[in-house]
Design a protein around this ligand. Structure first.
Ligand code: CP
Length: 303
């Protein structure tokens, strides 16, 4: 079986269509009819960084599919990493207990390191500021479910485009379609050059903006992100940019009536709760979609 390390493994529209169709099928099922494809299998969720959605949705997905679960939700503190055990040794040890490992780690490339020593599938649940492939998949699935056709969409990413691993994954998948991107961020939190170069290579149209300008009136999808305090070296640097892209109700009024607002969550203040009841706010639906996307992904691995 394949490890799930990067969205680049999914850079194929036919493969995405198949995965999204399975997720939609799973989503339409009565919960009593979920296929028990993980019966007699044990999966481990090993998280060295905090998580609400990714860990709990994977754990729900594993149990919905009939699997057993072992977990450490604060591996940095409560696994033997605190005693100096290497990631490689930890992964080899968990191989003795589990048929797959869902791993979140603060170091970019950690999932790849784990995969190099693992005899069971490693699923990258976020590696530092690198990638979050299953989030990118669920984001793209959400766009497809809401808009039906991804081709032709104008998609804005706003906030922290430098450290935001979720959007790094999502944009690589969305760029497979005929889309136009708007990158809205403070100057210091722009999208890393490597992603821009990749988009240039693939002739994807994009605009880089440092204020909202007219973008809000033009986008079909607005993907908001949190400015991630924990990634900054100094509190001053964070304070300087943290409120540059706040989506107020007044700004939402300028958006197209059929636009959608996404956010990988957690949010801080970039989307005030007053916006949650606007039908364009799809971020809690995005959370729900993630469960079924992850069930479909597990099905594709273990079927
Ligand atoms: N979107 C996301 O990765 O959320 P968690 O950090 O809560 O898993």
């Amino acid at each position: 079986m394949e490890h799930v390390l990067s969205v680049q493994q999914f850079a194929n529209k036919a493969l995405l269509d198949k995965l999204f169709a399975s997720a939609a099928k799973m989503q339409a099922l009565d919960p009593t009819k979920y296929p028990k494809i993980l019966k007699h299998l044990t999966l481990a969720t090993v998280f060295y960084e905090p998580s609400t959605r990714t860990r709990l949705s994977f754990e729900t997905a594993i149990q919905n599919l009939g699997g057993q679960l072992i977990t450490t939700e604060n591996a940095a503190q409560f696994s033997s990493a605190i005693k100096g055990e290497t990631l490689e040794d930890t992964i080899k040890v968990i191989n003795a207990y589990a048929d797959g490992i869902v791993l979140r780690h603060p170091e970019t490339g950690a999932a790849k390191r784990a995969a190099a020593v693992s005899g069971v599938p490693i699923i990258n649940a976020g590696d530092g500021i690198g990638e979050h492939p299953t989030q990118g998949l669920l984001d793209t699935y959400t766009v497809q479910r809401a808009k039906v056709k991804i081709d032709g969409l104008k998609i804005g990413f706003a906030g922290d485009l430098l450290y935001g691993r979720t959007l790094h994954s999502a944009l690589q998948l969305l760029a497979l379609y005929d889309v136009e991107f708007y990158f809205l961020s403070p100057q210091s939190l722009g999208l890393p050059e490597k992603y821009l170069k990749e988009l240039d290579k693939r002739d994807v149209t994009y605009r880089i903006l440092h204020d909202w300008g007219k973008a809000l009136t033009e986008v079909d999808v607005l993907y908001m992100t949190r400015v991630q305090k924990e990634r900054f070296k100094s509190a001053g640097d964070y304070q300087e940019v943290k409120d540059d892209f706040i989506l107020t109700p007044t700004l939402v009024k300028k958006m197209k009536k059929d636009a959608i607002i996404l956010h990988p969550l957690p949010r801080v203040n970039e989307i005030p709760p007053e916006i949650d009841d606007d039908p364009r706010a799809q971020y809690f639906q995005q959370v729900r979609n993630g469960l079924f996307l992850r069930m479909a992904l597990l099905e594709s691995i273990y079927r």
